[in-house]
Design a protein around this ligand. Structure first.
Ligand SMILES: Cc1cc2nc3c(=O)[nH]c(=O)nc-3n(C[C@H](O)[C@H](O)[C@H](O)COP(=O)(O)OP(=O)(O)OC[C@H]3O[C@@H](n4cnc5c(N)ncnc54)[C@H](O)[C@@H]3O)c2cc1C
Length: 393
């Protein structure tokens, strides 16, 4: 009996079936070539958008799918079983929409969010800078008010979808007041003075373009400010809590695929007169891999249930990101081991999985930073017993 994905409703089970159908028809046939050629699959995002899969966790009245995070994340996981770059892209797009959906005025939401959630326009999220990655409050990109515009100057490093996106959610400094001096803007890609540097030449996720975005006197209408001046870092970080769950789901999807390939191989490859899965050394490795995948999935779902119930979930999001990505790294590495020499070749996808999951321990907060977040939360609010409350309250 294979593992069971238990969905909360028939509608959400149908959503998984729809996702698998699109994944099999549109993603699996394209992934190898696109990853080899570092080709950004813009069409695939349009297909996902048209199917309603890009706006799933947002309210229906805003043009989203009205699905709980528990469901949205499992859709992301299914996408990532076939193509990590696209799973990451869906998660980054959701992150790019987050500030507008939660902090936007009715006017801003009505003007921009429907197109964003329908996938007609693709988003990117610009927080990091070359010298401000783990410590975003050290950023120097500036936005200076000039009449009814802001003028942006600086460079935002490591932008996923950089040069491919239609809009950029940009955190920039509006005062010198440290983390409280940062504001959040939605910048259209065709703004004059905005350009993408050459894409990074990465270890993996080749289908996901990563580039530094250069801001040279970019004039942005003042109504492109989200929330109020100084609120930008808070908007960025609250979005990251949700984004980290997306990355956890992607990592679980890739790890599941690595496990599946390893099991298939172990059931057919023979040494010493029997299939290698019959050697205890290999079957225990596979058992540990299965335990790592299933416990990581349970961890992100537990955090998602807190979010869906409207409860604080930041610590659990960091735990989910930490557990899922560290587990995925171990599972992908062990999958290469199970395949022996074949695992080290490009004849099988496990070497790609290993390269892909490495970055998941790095972006959206390195796993050292996740431990810092978890440790601070333990120090701050871990007094007393675990609280008990019904999900519907
Ligand atoms: C492929 C890719 C895509 C990305 N996409 C985006 C994106 O779309 N948008 C965006 O804004 N950013 C993006 N990033 C940037 C990413 O979030 C940063 O790389 C990450 O936050 C780490 O920052 P850094 O690279 O500057 O490392 P640094 O901050 O320089 O850290 C270097 C090392 O020091 C450790 N370290 C730093 N501070 C501490 C501390 N206090 N305690 C313990 N250890 C510490 C780190 O864990 C790390 O191991 C992306 C990065 C990559 C590689």
């Amino acid at each position: 009996m294979p593992a069971t994905r238990l969905m909360p409703t028939q509608e959400s089970a149908d959503l998984i079936a729809l996702t698998r159908d699109i994944v099999d028809k549109e993603l699996r046939p394209r992934v190898d070539q696109a990853e080899r050629e570092a080709a950004f699959p813009r069409e695939v995002f349009r297909t996902l958008g048209r199917a309603g899969l890009l706006g799933l966790p947002y309210p229906e009245e805003q043009g989203g799918g009205g699905q709980p995070y528990e469901v949205y994340l499992q859709v992301v996981e299914e996408i990532a079983t076939a193509w990590a770059s696209v799973g990451v892209g869906v998660s980054v797009h959701a992150l790019s929409c987050f500030g507008l959906a939660t902090q936007g005025t009715d006017e801003q939401i009505n003007a921009w969010l429907p197109d964003m959630l329908a996938g007609d326009v693709l988003g990117a999220y610009c927080l990091s800078e070359a010298h401000a990655g783990s410590d975003p409050a050290a950023m120097t990109t500036r936005a200076v008010r000039d009449g009814d515009h802001y003028v942006l100057n600086g460079a935002k490093a490591w932008t996923t979808h950089g040069g491919e996106a239609d809009f950029y959610k940009v955190m920039a400094r509006t005062s010198d007041d440290g983390g409280r001096g940062i504001s959040c803007f939605l910048v259209p890609a065709d703004s004059e003075g905005l350009s993408a540097d050459n894409p990074e030449d990465k270890m993996g996720l080749m289908g996901s373009t990563t580039a530094t975005m250069l801001f040279d006197n970019v004039r942005v209408p003042a109504d492109r400010l989200l929330g109020v001046e100084g609120q930008g870092l808070a908007i960025a970080l609250s979005g990251l809590d949700a984004g980290r769950l997306g990355i956890a789901a992607v990592a679980v999807g890739v790890a599941q695929s690595a496990l599946d390939v390893a099991i298939d191989y172990a059931q057919t490859r023979e040494t010493f007169g029997t299939t290698i899965i019959k050697h205890q050394g290999v079957s225990f490795l596979l058992a540990d891999m299965a335990a790592a995948v299933e416990s990581a999935r349970a961890t992100y779902l537990a955090a998602a249930r807190l979010k869906d119930a409207g409860l604080p979930y930041g610590r659990q999001a960091s735990i989910a990101k930490l557990v899922a990505t560290d587990n995925a790294m171990r599972v992908a590495t062990d999958a290469v081991q199970v395949l022996g020499g074949a695992g080290y070749t490009k004849d099988f996808p496990v070497e790609r999985y290993m390269r892909e999951v490495k970055v998941m321990q790095i972006f959206e907060g390195t796993n050292q930073i996740q431990r810092m977040v978890i440790g601070r939360a333990l120090d701050k609010d871990n007094s007393g017993r675990i609280q008990v409350r019904p999900a519907e309250s």
